[in-house]
Design a protein around this ligand. Sequence first.
Ligand SMILES: *Cc1c(COP(=O)(O)O)cnc(C)c1O
Length: 367
Amino acid sequence: MKRVYNFSPGPSTLPLPVLERAAREMGDAYGTGQSVMEMSHRSKDFTPIIENTEQLLRELMGIPPRYKVLFLQGGASLQFAMIPLNIAAAEAGGARKKAAYIETGIWAKKAAEEAAKYVDVAVRASSADKRYACIPPAPAPDADDAYYHITLNNTIVGTKWGALPETGRVPLAADASSCILSEPLDVSRFGIIYAGAQKNLGPAGATVVIIREDLIGRAPSWTPAMLRYDIHAEEGSLYNTPPCYGIYMIGLVLEWLKDSGGVTAIARMNREKAGLFYGYLDSSRLFRPLAEKPFRSLMNIPFAPREEDPARRGALEERFLKEAAAQGLVNLAGHRLVGGLRASFYNAMPKAGVEALIRFMDTFKAF
Ligand SMILES: *Cc1c(COP(=O)(O)O)cnc(C)c1O
């Protein structure tokens, strides 16, 4: 089998033992004589699968009992709408409520723009004028903010929050798509945490929502059933057909993570991997990291040639991507909106992949 080191920001690399196990279980999962793809979502065969995935997530993240775990569809992008709809939208003709957003990147901005359809969005701080290279100081919420939204890890620009903002009684809502399970997180600090699966959890198609129970059941009556947390919570994520295979795959990834020592152990690995790469970039004469030091992401590391001339820089990047791919180091292009280069080191990226990338960069010749 030919495997590359895949530095894609998402969908992204999965642990090989997980893929091999899924392959073994493809036609006959757990002695049922069926693939998980073929099972009724209401059958006694599938029930233990979804229960196991939820249980592992609760255990690995330390999710308190007063939080519900939902497996939904629509990606993180649908949560940009579901959060304001369910937590703060008004009944028809009612007064609009207000929610606070911190704009730390392109996804954070999208979340705020989508929410503005349902609530009055107050962008309390933004690092847009710094090309999102830092996390701005986070002001306290207003007492009447319905919630306070942050993007924990900014996938495109490569920054992450350090200390969380103090929001008092205002629920903290967080997009954790690109950092869930990469480091320990105190779930009790949040009202709601959400993540598309395709970065650190499994294949695209399933979305995980962790929500405090008191935030469920506030949606206005005009909310479509499929977009209501209360319906999904009451039905145990089985209101309609859930992304069954994705939920199974998340379970396998979580079992792999548990066998690898859990979140504390993987966080140590993640700091080691990112530390190696930042250390290399900081001392490189050819490349430079783009995010400011105190805010650097462990998961996504955008970088660029130090070359000032845009045309020459573009040519260098193009040759870099081509030569890297020829050595089995793929998906290193920066996001189409920001350009440059980017390496994503999610949980499943082994340290050997980071070392191979550094070895390649060390031999890469500018001209
Ligand atoms: C990838 C990503 C998204 C978009 O996720 P979808 O599942 O494609 O909707 C949103 N937020 C962050 C932080 C991301 O990394």
